[in-house]
Ligand binder design. Structure first.
Ligand code: SF4
Ligand code: SF4
Length: 438
């Protein structure tokens, strides 16, 4: 794609990066076929190619974002299916991240939307506040019936429909909190590795059992696990809201504490059980490339970050103790399959450990969770969830496995089949408790 940035514009490293990305696009449109919003809405402006044109126009003309641009960028899930499909290697992720940051800085949203986004950015990365908000949402759930239902057409969602979506996502009860930062779980038997495990923010409130399963599994296999003290939210949630100052501050804080740990008692890896977070931590090196004080450290941390299944694939797991013929529908989270290109490892691990693993039809399409998307765009998100659940039902599973808490909550909202994390099944297969019973 031909671009027309001026030399002065290209002196800005972000614009230079955007120019490089835009020039790689050959307008072939292959990406449209796998874009969930284009598949649902059929509007070119809700396709990757359409959005690329909108972003190009906004950046080239150095114009403030228009309402039209904001509408179509807001509808993008950042699922990155388009990056998997693109034959030219267009880095849509870095382009749309830049567009979101510009929208956040230069576009004035209606007051209710500003307040909602500010509340999400404030509450979600703070587990204490998130827990409190989930308790309040539980109390408010009976009111959900009085709020307007999702609309199948892709109109702009109202605040009331967004509140209804939030209430619907609140769990019926909350588990007791898991272990705190600073905890160390020694290897059982001879130590063969030492890792940090990302504590996560929403996940540690909604499902601390996931990291508990990871800790049990790792320590049983001779790996010491540390929950690094003073670790924060990885920044993914605010990054996807375009609030880059907040996201970068969190990245720097995490890099500092993780490096201290790596240079102290040593770390072989920083393991992540929430693939949405893993994708962003692996991108810290890019996000901080212009920061002289953090660029090298950020690149080092990104190299240390691994999805839990990547790491488990690199160590020998003890033979399965539970011979199970359970049929598992494996839901491939977008952040794992498109963001991190991890497609085989989770399924191989499950198969090797005695499960009958089934791929879900249309597995490239997002379930509609996408960070805060299912709150901010509930109409599209609900349609995607219903489509995903219908596809999952076709393989008639006993359980559904996924590697991302956002997907797990989203899918569980549309099915009675137990939804568990891949690591919970692996823990069970190698001697841990059976998941999906709580
Ligand atoms: S597939 Fe890639 S090159 Fe083709 S239009 Fe989409 S982004 Fe551009
Ligand atoms: S990230 Fe997903 S929703 Fe956004 S343009 Fe790409 S395929 Fe479409």
């Amino acid at each position: 794609m031909k671009t027309e940035f001026s030399p002065a514009q290209l002196a800005n490293p972000d614009i230079a990066e955007a120019d490089k990305i835009l020039r790689a696009c050959v307008h072939c449109g292959f990406c449209t076929a796998t874009c969930p919003t284009y598949v649902l809405l059929g509007d070119e402006l809700d396709s990757p190619r359409g959005r690329i044109y909108l972003i190009k126009e906004m950046l080239e003309k150095d114009r403030p974002p228009t309402q039209e641009v904001v509408k179509h960028i807001d509808r993008c899930l950042s699922c990155l299916a388009c990056m998997t499909t693109c034959p030219s290697g267009v880095n849509y992720m870095h382009l749309v991240d830049q567009a979101r940051a510009r929208i956040e800085k230069e576009y004035v949203r209606p007051l209710t939307e500003r307040l909602l986004r500010a509340a999400l950015a404030w509450v979600l990365p703070r587990p204490g506040l998130f827990r409190l908000s989930m308790m309040l949402a539980r109390l408010g759930r009976p009111l959900a019936a009085l709020l307007p239902a999702p609309r199948p057409a892709a109109a702009s969602p109202t605040l009331l429909r967004r509140i209804k979506a939030m209430l619907a996502l609140a769990p019926g009860s909350l588990p007791a909190p898991g272990p705190v930062g600073g905890s160390i779980f020694p290897a059982l038997g001879p130590r063969r590795g030492r890792v940090a495990l990302l504590q996560g923010c929403a996940q540690q409130v909604l499902a601390p059992r996931i990291n508990q399963a990871a800790i049990n599994l790792l320590t049983r296999h001779g790996v010491e696990v540390v929950l690094v003290k003073d670790e924060q939210c990885c920044g993914a949630l605010t990054h996807h809201l375009g609030r880059d100052d907040d996201a970068l501050a969190r990245a720097r804080a995490n890099i500092t504490v993780w490096l201290t740990e790596a240079e102290g008692d040593g770390l072989d890896a920083i393991l992540v059980t929430t693939s949405g977070c893993g994708t962003v931590i692996k991108d810290y090196g890019f996000m901080l490339r212009e920061d002289r004080n953090f660029a090298a450290a950020a690149a080092r941390i990104s190299a240390l970050a691994k999805d839990i299944t990547e790491y488990l694939g690199s160590i020998e797991l003890q033979p399965a103790q539970q011979k199970s013929d359970l049929v598992i529908a494996y839901h491939s989270a977008c952040s794992l399959q498109h963001g991190q290109k991890i497609t085989h490892a989770p399924k191989e691990l499950l198969s090797k450990n005695g499960f009958v693993v089934k791929d879900v039809p249309e597995s490239h399409l997002c379930c509609g969770s996408a960070g805060t998307y299912n709150i901010l765009q509930p109409d599209i998100a609900n349609r995607l969830r219903d489509r995903k659940v219908a596809n999952i039902a076709k393989v008639r599973p006993d359980m559904i496995a996924a590697g991302n808490i956002g997907c797990m909550v989203q899918i569980a909202g549309g099915t009675s089949v137990p939804v568990v994390h891949t690591v919970e099944l692996l823990d069970w297969a190698t001697g841990g408790p059976r998941p999906g019973l709580n």
